[in-house]
Ligand binder design. Structure first.
Ligand code: SF4
Ligand code: SF4
Length: 361
């Protein structure tokens, strides 16, 4: 079994990173007040950890960060992104947000916005939550057709309330064939509604979204969409994407022989997902559990999971991704690769990203 020492040397010192931005995406609940067509959750509703258990696990994560700092001579900049389901439905939501802030973690919250009142907006500000992401799909009719009747107005009202209270609020768009032709219009809607920025990511055809395979963009369409996104980025209103494929459009490729992860897909590298029942996953959209906090600490799971180690190892990757010069800063979206290969009857976490336009160039 791999030891903690190897994690330290390989994941932190080995990456030659001085400040390690590490995030935990924490799904507090899978309960939701909406039924979005592209949701990555399945129909199962697992048990939830109590707020006390979540706070204990935050303490454990902070101990892990401090140990990395003292043993590796790096600064860890941790953030926790609380989400759901709809996180505001979680009993004890404000307790865990407060605990994370007091523990020294930056906090972001991802919400559909429907339950944000003026009171909630003030509480976010008072707790100095760094960012509140509200999902937006595009113009009103399209948004409502994906997320449900009336959800567009709720999202815009939430953005307005949050911004008025002094919060940093960003729109979060899931790109598919349904809304990719409307990127410019969607950016304008977000700007006019008081959002401070907008971010785009790809539809992952898993969970309920598995029925939307025909809406998945082709490689050429993904490239066109991200070129459009990056062209609209402006100093006063950031238009961004954290998708590793979008990242390859900025700057050149790293040295071809670089075997270390530098950026790109965070799965196994710079982030981890905790599901509402304590299951730890490389990414929620991958949906594979690599351990459970009820049985093992996050530090142990991060250090010893074979799946996480394979994600960090170039030789695990098949096809073009494994030999690609962009591997250190990309690795494709592992969730898309997994969902796509599974839909074709051969689930493979290390398959090529089927939406990469460089494959076949
Ligand atoms: S082949 Fe894989 S690693 Fe290379 S750019 Fe495409 S998705 Fe990224
Ligand atoms: S698997 Fe995809 S969605 Fe998950 S962290 Fe990687 S790029 Fe992001």
């Amino acid at each position: 079994m791999l030891q903690l020492k190897e994690v330290k040397e390989t994941i932190i010192a080995g990456s030659a990173i001085q400040t390690f931005d590490f995030f935990i995406q924490w799904h507090l609940t899978e309960r939701c007040n909406l039924r979005c067509r592209h949701c990555y959750q399945g129909p199962r509703r697992p048990l939830e950890m109590t707020a006390g258990e979540v706070c204990d696990e935050i303490d454990g994560a902070v101990r892990m960060f401090r140990a990395w700092e003292s043993e590796q001579d790096v600064r860890v900049s941790p953030s926790i992104h609380f989400t759901g389901g709809e996180p505001l439905l979680y009993r004890g939501f404000w307790d865990v947000v407060r605990h994370a802030r007091v523990s020294g973690c930056r906090v972001a919250v991802m919400t559909n916005g429907c339950l944000v009142t003026d009171e909630e907006a003030r509480r976010f500000r008072d707790l100095d939550v760094s960012e509140i992401q509200v999902s937006l799909e595009g113009p009103p009719a399209l948004h409502d057709s994906i997320r449900g009747e009336g959800s567009f107005l709720s999202a815009l009202r939430a953005a307005e309330r949050l911004a008025r209270a002094g919060n940093c609020v960003s729109a979060n768009v899931t790109l598919s064939r349904l809304n990719a032709p409307l990127i410019e219009e969607t950016v304008k809607i977000a700007r006019d509604a008081g959002f401070g920025s907008i971010g785009f990511s790809r539809l992952v055809p898993c969970g309920s979204g598995g029925a939307l395979l025909e809406s998945v963009l082709s490689p050429g369409e993904v490239r066109g969409a991200y070129e459009k996104v990056l062209s609209l980025d402006a100093p006063g209103f950031p238009v961004v994407s954290g998708d590793p494929l979008a990242g390859t459009l900025r700057g050149g490729a790293p040295p071809a022989d670089c075997g270390l992860t530098l950026s790109g897909c965070s799965a196994g590298f710079s982030g981890v997902t905790i599901a509402s029942d304590g299951a730890v996953m490389p990414c929620r959209r991958i949906g594979i559990s690599v351990g459970n906090l009820r049985r093992k600490s996050l530090r142990d799971i991060w250090a010893t999971s074979r799946t996480l180690w394979r994600l960090r190892d170039r030789s695990s990757y098949r096809g073009h991704c494994g030999s690609c010069s962009y591997w250190p800063s990309c690795r494709g979206c592992r969730a898309v690769a997994y969902a796509w290969s599974r839909a074709r009857g051969r689930a493979d976490l290390f398959a090529d990203d089927p939406q990469c336009w460089r494959i076949g160039d």
